[in-house]
Design a protein around this ligand. Structure first.
Ligand code: GRF
Length: 203
């Protein structure tokens, strides 16, 4: 299975997936890493591993791609013959044409137990709200923000004395276990999606 990974940040989830591939735990190949941020860590990590890594300028908007940028991203993914688009800290909202072309083949990881705390800095939202358990969620991407069918979740305790930074690190450490495991299950053809119901992830 050919993965196209999109990210805007440091790329720890990408690294976890790439390491899982090298270790033989994830039967897939990352054929492209693309970012909307020219100096994103994810691009450097990809280049260190000899994986094609491209900066694609996002265009004139702040939170989404403009039409030209979306066309360029679709072209890059299609040229690389990507089977599954893996969002790993990609800070642009994807809508429209890209989701149509890759319908049911775009996944994301979100740092909370959805549907609680969609949107930005979800670990901080959880801490501010006062929940005792939060976590992370791998889900399919649909037209909404963090609303697509849930594939897998992992719970993370909120501890007395947690700060946003300590909780974020604990959630991210859960992400680095969960995301490669889900991608591996997807690559093995174990995950089935029927409407909002997804089955097949045992981990
Ligand atoms: C992750 O925490 C993920 O939940 C969110 O963006 C963050 C990306 O981190 N969608 P990294 O770039 O993979 O380290």
């Amino acid at each position: 299975m050919r993965l196209g990974v999109l990210g805007s940040g440091k790329g720890s989830n990408f690294v976890a997936i790439a390491d899982g591939i090298v270790a033989g735990r994830v039967p897939a190949e990352v054929v492209l890493v693309a970012s909307d941020v020219p100096d994103a860590g994810i691009l450097a990590h990809a280049r260190e591993r000899g994986i094609p890594a491209v900066y694609l300028p996002p265009g004139k908007f702040r939170t989404k791609l403009d039409e030209e940028a979306e066309v360029a991203l679709i072209a890059a993914l299609e040229t690389a013959r990507v089977d599954l688009v893996v969002l790993a800290g990609y800070m642009r909202i994807l809508k429209g044409e890209l989701l149509r072309r890759f319908e049911g083949r775009v996944v994301n990881i979100h740092p909370s137990l959805l549907p609680s705390f969609p949107g930005l800095a979800a670990w901080k939202q959880a801490l501010d709200y006062g929940v005792k358990i939060t976590g992370c969620t791998v889900h399919l991407v649909d037209q909404g923000i963090d609303t697509g069918p849930i594939i897998a979740q992992r719970a993370v305790p909120v501890l007395d004395g947690d700060t946003p930074a300590t909780l974020h690190e604990r959630v991210q450490s859960a992400e680095r276990e969960l995301y490669p495991a889900v991608v591996a299950a997807w690559a093995r053809g174990e995950i089935r999606v029927r409407g909002r119901a997804t089955v097949g992830f045992a981990g």
